[in-house]
Design a binder for this molecule. Structure first.
Ligand code: SF4
Length: 221
């Protein structure tokens, strides 16, 4: 991976073009993975590690059919939790993490999910990506959550650099103009799914190919 980055002027242009061509935030959309509150959003993010969206949704449905509060989940035995979340894989580890998360939430935050990145990341099992997703989707903050799609797009284009999603998130935050923070995640996510996808990016119909550092270097990916 090169360290080269787009200029501030080019970054502005990229966001402007994505804003013109990609869907933004959907008004009234529910939280991440369709969850209606911060607690269920956090749990759903934790379940999503190394899991496809459909499997995460099935696991979340199974778990929330049994309990929707930290105490409710702690009252379940491990076997019941593991069986409910089995579709998302790594269910024994995720069961242990869920228990730690619910315990910390009750003991340190009176059961209320904090609405700051620092507070969220102090909870077991909540990393930068989950924290930013909850901040953006549930609390409506101007934060660009970096998932696998946003991470890939940023590093190909030269919008931001980072070997991990968390490092890309920091780089992107430092380089994104304020006006693009509210919708940026949605533009980049849709762009990553529709155009700059993982296996066969559609560079020939990409609205920012004249700015893309990867395209300039190789003419293709
Ligand atoms: S030119 Fe290709 S690699 Fe670059 S951002 Fe567009 S689709 Fe992605």
């Amino acid at each position: 991976m090169t360290d080269e980055l787009l200029t501030a002027e080019a970054v502005e242009t990229v966001y402007r073009r994505l804003a013109e061509t990609m869907p933004g935030r959907t008004p009234g959309a529910k939280g991440p993975k369709g969850q209606p509150d911060a607690f269920r959003s956090c749990v759903s993010c934790m379940l999503s590690a190394q899991s496809r969206d459909a499997n995460t949704a099935a696991a979340a449905r199974g778990l929330f059919a049994l309990a929707t509060t930290p105490q409710g989940i702690l009252d379940l035995d491990d076997d019941a939790i593991a069986a409910a979340i089995k579709p998302c894989g790594l269910y024994n580890m995720k069961t242990r993490n869920l228990r730690k998360f619910c315990t910390a939430l009750l003991e340190e935050h009176d059961g209320v999910v904090p609405n700051t990145r620092k507070g969220l990341m102090s909870l077991p099992g909540i990393g930068r990506k989950c924290a930013d997703i909850v901040l953006s989707f549930t609390f409506g903050e101007d934060v660009i959550a970096v998932d696998t799609h946003v991470h890939r797009v940023c590093n190909r284009l030269g919008l931001a650099r980072g070997k991990t999603e968390a490092k890309t998130a920091q780089s992107l935050e430092d380089r994104t103009p304020d006006w693009a923070l509210h919708e940026g995640h949605f533009w980049l996510l849709q762009f990553g799914k529709q155009v700059c996808n993982a296996r066969s990016p559609k560079c020939d119909r990409c609205p920012v190919s004249d700015l893309c550092l990867w395209y300039a270097r190789d003419g293709k990916v």
